[in-house]
Design a protein around this ligand. Structure first.
Ligand code: BGC
Length: 855
């Protein structure tokens, strides 16, 4: 039987509200037969019909959609066996081009001028009554700052940090909330607007008022009555405002001060003022994923530290907030401090730098509950002062962008399983509306290099489509005239991001504009995203080429020296200047790689001339690397692992040179006792560079090494997320805090970048690797080693589940695989036998006697 497993509009199965004029449909199919593929499908909306023979990225191309309208879409499919299935979904249009009638409002008497701090939260209130029965009500709201809305005391929606973080000068999301059920006869609408990213202190320089001088709110409540009449309530001077609410202070870095004794009915309310907002962003219905409360944790222990603080351990490092049930006395002040690790039994807060990560809660009398809404922390431990655990029950909630988990990896080595867990938590903790570097210290910024290198691993584990779509629009809009991509997106300039850096292209960091959409295309098959970013990618590569050519002649024009590179960022046993000094190698390799990918993208987008041009550029950069940065034996003068990893993984060398280069890499790694020596750019690829060039044992040995520096040393040291530095903790329990190496004290225990090794676990250990976008065709080719006796991976692709489960028992290798409807799998068994498989479940066994059968 044929069934439609997943039918989406803009990648959502339900609740899609969109301003996109051509929403995009996709569907996945399931069948109990084998070799099933789509024959044809029909999509119908009203009188519009489209017949297609593809499952992914089908654009609506009918008459203009009306704003504020619910559309029902019917999908009918027929497969190559003649089986049929149907499904339907609904989506709603947002405002489309309807301008807001509402006015931006603020507290006009509040002049926030203090530097490096965040403003006091503003509260806006409006009372109103509904004279007739409401059959449909939608709240369209946004803010400069972050907001939470309540109707009649009850939170509207479940989002944290709406409207989300975008490059506000270009685009600002508005949210659409269905409040039909929440409306009563007489109502009170209450908004709390804190400084957030737009007004509050942000970046390690603690710049504030980046987009607005103080918070502002914009909202419209659209109500439709039973008798067909409509009414719109808008934000304007009919709202009142106060700064005298429960939340006295709120900031991402510092935390919250919350006074439960405040009675807001008695607060000083004044008339809201109309705000002149200095930016003019495009207002768009939320197109990214909202940030939501996800997993809940209970403390695994609670002990009194020498300092007198009660320390709760949640057993997992993550980004989120606590939720407290408190028995308190009026005026009692409880302080809760957050940290990722303990040092000598106390919270280790030095890595937080200027971020306090602290909650101060002033109790009212009796039982009460509290959970902050305008901040989040990166933590595993909470230290409580001013109360006793008998009276304070803490739980904790992870909060992150609402990505679905789409990947599962497990094998017979429990430490690798813990590593996989840490990789996932590294991602969850840093997918807080934008891809951040870390969730705790005074950064939490959209560093482009981190996600560029992690994107592929992330898209195995999560459905990142809407999450990336949103951020990539900012990347596109923030691209400077010179073609460079800022090193953080959305861009908030900080000292040392001199003007000169802004037009500059920075290798691997700027590569995000190619590496992220490419990873997403491979994983979800979204050609639309490639199309959208193609001009950005071209301008970026042009900028890279410009900087490489500057002041150079001949072949040297393809060696990219200037101007600024992060190079082999955070490579162990080296410091800032060494990392950056390796920039010539990392950048030249990056030029070869991005131009090669761009050539492939040009092919996909049917731009043959471009494809040829970028291929040639890539070859020239590869040749320059080979002939100018390596000697005739492919040696690099001052050797470092990344210098060999990149040309190998980016396929920059001919076969003979690749063999020589791989032997240098393998030698270096052996000499280093299989310890990792790579920084950000080399780490994702070092195991591929070994395993794909004949050094499978070495790759496994390196992966399984558990002395420092290595991935598994972190596991042995008790890590539950991925560290920024390989020696964030040392064997003796001390930390490399980077206090005096020029990084301004840079150490975090929750940076996803070095977790990019996850890619190797899916692609080589489980053997699953996409060939065509969305896994339309893919490989399964596990490589055995490391004493592993089984590995199991499942990936929920755009077409359905790809599965590779293998076991090795008494020299007999058995693999169970699943190939989704509409896809082709190229299976290679460890004995090099190959099979080309259409959809279905299969089992293969090889050993002394060989069997194969479909199940
Ligand atoms: C961040 C990194 C980032 C780097 C760039 C750091 O402070 O935490 O992850 O990519 O700066 O230099």
């Amino acid at each position: 039987m044929l069934t439609i497993k997943r039918f989406t509009v803009n990648d959502m199965t339900v609740d899609c509200v969109t301003d996109q004029k051509q929403p995009v449909f996709s569907f996945a199919l399931e069948s109990d037969q084998q070799n099933v593929a789509l024959k044809e499908a029909t999509l119908t909306i009203g009188n519009w019909q489209r017949n297609v023979n593809t499952q992914i990225g089908i654009e609506y191309n009918g008459p203009d959609l009306e704003p504020f309208t619910v559309y029902k879409v019917i999908l009918e499919v027929t497969d190559n066996h003649g089986e049929k299935a149907t499904a339907s979904l609904s989506f709603e249009t947002g405002r489309l081009d309807t301008p807001f009638k509402a006015k931006w409002i603020t507290n006009g008497s509040y002049h926030f001028t203090e530097k490096k701090t965040s403003p006091k939260p503003m509260h806006f209130k409006r009372q109103f009554s509904c004279r007739k029965k409401v059959v449909k009500a939608r709240l369209y709201s946004t803010a400069l700052g972050i907001y939470e809305a309540k109707l009649n005391g009850e939170k509207i929606g479940a989002d944290y940090f709406a409207p989300g973080f975008t490059s506000y000068k270009h685009q600002l999301q508005y949210q659409t909330y269905d409040v039909t059920e929440q409306l009563k006869r007489s109502n009170e609408l209450l908004f709390t607007v804190a400084g957030g990213w737009a007004v509050g202190a942000f970046t390690y320089a603690r710049r504030n008022r980046v987009y607005a001088k103080r918070q502002a709110l914009l909202c419209e409540l659209h109500m439709e009555y039973e008798d067909g009449t409509k009414e719109i309530m808008t934000s304007d001077e009919s709202f009142s405002v106060t700064m005298d609410g429960h939340i006295k202070e709120a900031e991402f870095y510092n935390g919250e001060i919350y006074d439960a004794t405040v009675n807001m009915d008695e607060s000083q309310w004044e008339k809201a003022s109309i705000e002149k907002v200095k930016i003019n962003p495009e207002l768009l219905a939320q197109y990214g994923l909202p940030v939501r409360a996800k997993e809940e944790f209970k403390p695994v222990s609670c002990n009194k530290a020498e300092s007198g603080m009660w320390i709760y351990d949640f057993g997992q490092n993550f980004a989120g907030v606590i939720s407290a049930k408190i028995k308190g006395k009026k005026g009692q002040k409880i302080t809760m401090k957050h940290a990722e690790v303990l040092m000598e039994g106390e919270l280790f807060t030095e890595p937080l730098r200027s971020a306090k990560q602290e909650l101060v809660y002033i109790c009212k009398d009796g039982q009460q509950t509290y959970s902050p809404t305008m901040t989040y922390m990166g933590f595993r431990y909470v230290g409580v002062e001013g109360g006793h655990p008998e009276d304070i029950e803490l739980t904790a909630r992870a909060i992150y962008s609402n990505v679905d988990e789409t990947g599962h990896f497990e094998c017979s080595n429990t430490m690798l399983n813990q590593l996989q867990n840490n990789i996932k938590w590294g991602a969850k903790s840093n997918f807080v509306d934008i891809p951040t570097d870390c969730p705790q210290r005074d950064e939490r910024m959209g560093w482009t290099g981190d996600i560029a290198l992690f994107a592929s691993t992330a898209s195995f584990n999560f459905n990142t489509r809407r999450f990336y779509d949103k951020w990539l629009l900012d990347v596109q809009k923030e691209q400077n005239r010179g073609g460079g991509i800022p090193v953080t997106v959305p861009l908030v300039r900080v000292p040392f991001q001199w003007e000169i850096m802004i037009p500059m292209a920075v290798d691997h960091w700027g590569d995000a504009c190619i590496l992220v959409p490419w990873a997403e295309y491979l994983s979800r098959g979204d050609v639309g995203l490639l199309k959208q970013l193609y001009p950005t990618m071209k301008r970026y590569v042009k900028a890279c080429k410009f900087w490489a050519e500057l002041f150079s002649v001949g072949k040297h024009r393809r060696v990219w020296r200037l101007l600024h590179h992060y190079g082999d960022w955070v490579a162990p046993e080296a410091g800032l200047w060494t990392w950056m000094g390796r920039g010539k190698w990392t950048a030249t390799a990056s030029l070869a790689n991005t131009s090669n990918l761009l050539s492939q993208i040009a092919e996909i987008l049917d731009q043959p001339e471009d494809a040829k041009y970028y291929k040639k550029l890539s070859e020239e950069a590869s040749d320059a690397y080979r002939s100018l940065l390596m000697d005739k034996d492919c040696r690099v003068k001052k050797e470092f692992q990344t210098a060999y990893v990149l040309p190998l993984h980016y396929k920059m060398l001919n076969r003979g040179d690749a063999a020589k280069t791989a032997s240098h890499l393998a030698r270096m790694i052996k000499e280093n006792n299989y310890h990792i020596g790579t920084g950000f750019p080399g780490t994702p690829y070092v195991l591929f560079a070994l395993a794909d060039n004949g050094y499978i044992d070495e790759a496994y040995k390196m992966l399984l090494t558990d002395t420092r520096p290595s991935w598994l040393f972190q596991i042995k040291a008790g890590a539950t997320t991925i560290w920024e530095r390989w020696d964030a903790l040392r064997e003796d329990g001390t930390s490399n805090t980077g206090a005096d190496d020029g990084t301004n004290g840079m150490v975090s225990f929750n940076h996803f970048a070095n977790g990019a090794v996850g890619d190797f676990m899916y692609r080589r250990i489980a053997g699953i690797e996409p060939i065509e976008g969305g896994y339309k065709s893919f490989k399964i080719e596990p490589i055995l080693g490391g004493g592993l006796t089984y590995a199991k991976a499942e990936v929920e692709t755009a077409y359905g589940q790809v599965k590779s489960h293998w076991t090795l028992k008494n020299d007999v290798f058995t693999i169970d695989i699943h190939v989704p409807v509409g896809t082709t799998c190229y299976l290679t068994l460890p004995n090099d036998k190959t099979h080309v498989l259409g959809s279905g479940h299969y089992q293969f066994q090889e050993g002394r006697e060989e069997k194969e059968h479909a199940i």
